[in-house]
Design a protein around this ligand. Sequence first.
Ligand code: PLP
Length: 364
Amino acid sequence: MPKEPIRPNIGNIKPYVPGKPIEEAERELRISGVIKLASNENPLGPSPKAIEAVNKYSKDISLYPDQTCYELNRLLAEKLEMPPDSIAIGNGSDELMLLIALAYISAGDEAIISLNTFSTYEMVSRLMEASITRINLKNYTYDLGQMSKVASPKTKLIFVCNPNNPTGTMNTKKDMDDLLSNIPQNTIVVIDEAYCEYVESADYPDSLEYVKKKKNVIVLRTFSKIYGLAGLRIGYAIARPEIIKYLNLVRLPFSVNRLGQIAAAASLSDAAHVEKSKKNNSEGKSYLYKELEKLGVSFLRTEANFIFINLNNDADMAFMELMRRGVIVRPLTSFGMPGAIRVTIGSPEQNKKFVDALAEVIKK
Ligand SMILES: *Cc1c(COP(=O)(O)O)cnc(C)c1O
């Protein structure tokens, strides 16, 4: 066998563990009607306006997309009341994480990352051979105080997931203000707000204010969650124009696909769909809190569209048993929390199916 001439760091990268696709579960278990509450997708699906736009423009897919994402950029700028050159659009916010690492990390530079969080921050940092400093959660919440304490002039990036996936916990405006006033001048804080539209707490930071004040922050948001467009891969970054310019510089041409741009633009004109999705989530959350309390399981209150449930037991086993009952959840072993699962708040029918399945699994 020939040897792989691989870069040393690549061998240490852990493959991303996705939520199990419905098709795969049905094939393996020879069952049908499986529901997926494992990837925080919108149970109401995309806006009908997005579907209509995709159908209308599907014949244009022989043409390359607009590399500048002109129309989507313009509409986002209008909605956010930010200048267009402070927004970069990516092939999902995942691509933007990679572009950030590409633009800012040289081998040996430090990245500060929390444990028990979204794994892509670590993946992109490792790809760029960063020296990674890991910080524990404190009471299931990002410990921004500790992050600012360990930050040094060698620190290029600090990743903050707010609300945090998978715990659903949130850092307040005060936490974030303190972090940003206590870091070195050349450190950039990446604030991943994939779930910001679901937050109900009044203490949630308005991170665009930091961008307006020219702070070293990059705010990441996505069309994959509340907008229900995960399959089309559209995310965006909001930052000072100087930062945005470099992200666009390191991007491959045409990374943001044509139908994704069109669907995202159409989704922005459907505020009612977003409101409906928030309401469904809020009501589903109350229902699940009540039922989980009845079952006597321990869980965390959430600011997002998923609930962290501590089973103090083998989560992989619970995952299998729930799947046999037609419900795919996310076991949190790959997040470093082997006793817990994460369940997406679904439609009322999906939530009930999950509660019924969990009740059986717990009894067993
Ligand atoms: C789902 C998710 C994203 C979204 O990623 P996309 O690439 O935009 O689909 C980003 N960050 C976190 C924490 C997520 O859970």
